[in-house]
Design a protein around this ligand. Sequence first.
Ligand SMILES: NC(=O)c1ccc[n+]([C@@H]2O[C@H](COP(=O)([O-])OP(=O)(O)OC[C@H]3O[C@@H](n4cnc5c(N)ncnc54)[C@H](OP(=O)(O)O)[C@@H]3O)[C@@H](O)[C@H]2O)c1
Length: 316
Amino acid sequence: MAQFGKIVLAAGTGQMGKALVAYFKDKCNEIVILSRSESPANKHVRTVKWDGKTLGSWWVELENADVLINLTGKNVNCRYNQKNKKEIIDSRTNSVEVLAAAINRCQTVPKLWIQSASATIYRHAEDRPMTEADGEIGEGFSVEVCKAWENTVNENTAGIHNMRRVILRTSLVLSKSDGVFPRLRNLVKFGLGGKQGNGRQMMSWIHEQDVCRMVEWLMMNKEEGVFNCTAPTPLTNKTFMEILCRVYSKKLAFTSPEWLLKFGAIVIGTETELILKSRWVLPHRALEQGFTFLFPTLESAFMDLHNGTNEGNYKQ
Ligand SMILES: NC(=O)c1ccc[n+]([C@@H]2O[C@H](COP(=O)([O-])OP(=O)(O)OC[C@H]3O[C@@H](n4cnc5c(N)ncnc54)[C@H](OP(=O)(O)O)[C@@H]3O)[C@@H](O)[C@H]2O)c1
């Protein structure tokens, strides 16, 4: 018998959505993905069309769901011009508003709303780690996005009874074939993997399997509120790159100075903040409540992504 009933993944088509579908498909009776694109059903995984901002017949899918996981948002890996900035914010706040409106129509509301948010909400930190309790909120465009995102969740779900809410302040998610890992791995393989900037900026990261396991853990406990969704061992960019080079038996290559990163970011259409901001974030609440990580160290995560075992059996 399946462990869970129905899971609704709003925008479950991206990096985290794919990992969650793979993880939960044999653990639940039904997965419904809300997407802007149609896709054929695969056994008990169905895609239902929405636009992420308008209430439509899709709302019935939320009726009596075990959990709604909202992953909607324009990818932040782009240039922060006015058009992209607006889409980054609107896609996040609109989806929250319309999902809350949909839930307000339900007779039996989902038991839990898990909102994917970002650990970027904390300030640039090279001096000390940020926890849920004592982390300081930063400033700048990305932080404003995070604040608007979380405020919209809090404001729009405050009146919904019988539903727990969790905000997952997620750090860099490491997946084998999506997100930042394959890009850095390719740089390293071609002998171009070096530290970025002065290399002292902290990198908080988490293996995609641990994201899924933390979601499952939250579905099974009674916790609410903000959780930092990140591995317990953040490290500097230099160490991060050294470990990646070691896994691929390569030497740490030349340093990419800030001016070169700025130039490169314009060429490939991204922002240097994504690599130069020091994100030093700890999963204090999860650890305190007894969550254990399958991949607590970067070595174990990289070895798994490299070998594809997903077994977390790397010995240091
Ligand atoms: N991956 C990470 O390292 C990471 C870290 C921290 C936070 N997060 C946050 O967690 C969420 C999920 O991450 P992810 O890596 O799975 O993201 P992703 O791969 O970029 O996928 C996000 C999904 O959102 C939908 N979407 C994109 N633009 C949209 C728009 N303008 N309007 C409505 N929907 C739109 C797309 O689904 P459809 O095309 O199917 O509609 C897309 O597949 C995001 O909000 C992200 O910011 C991710």
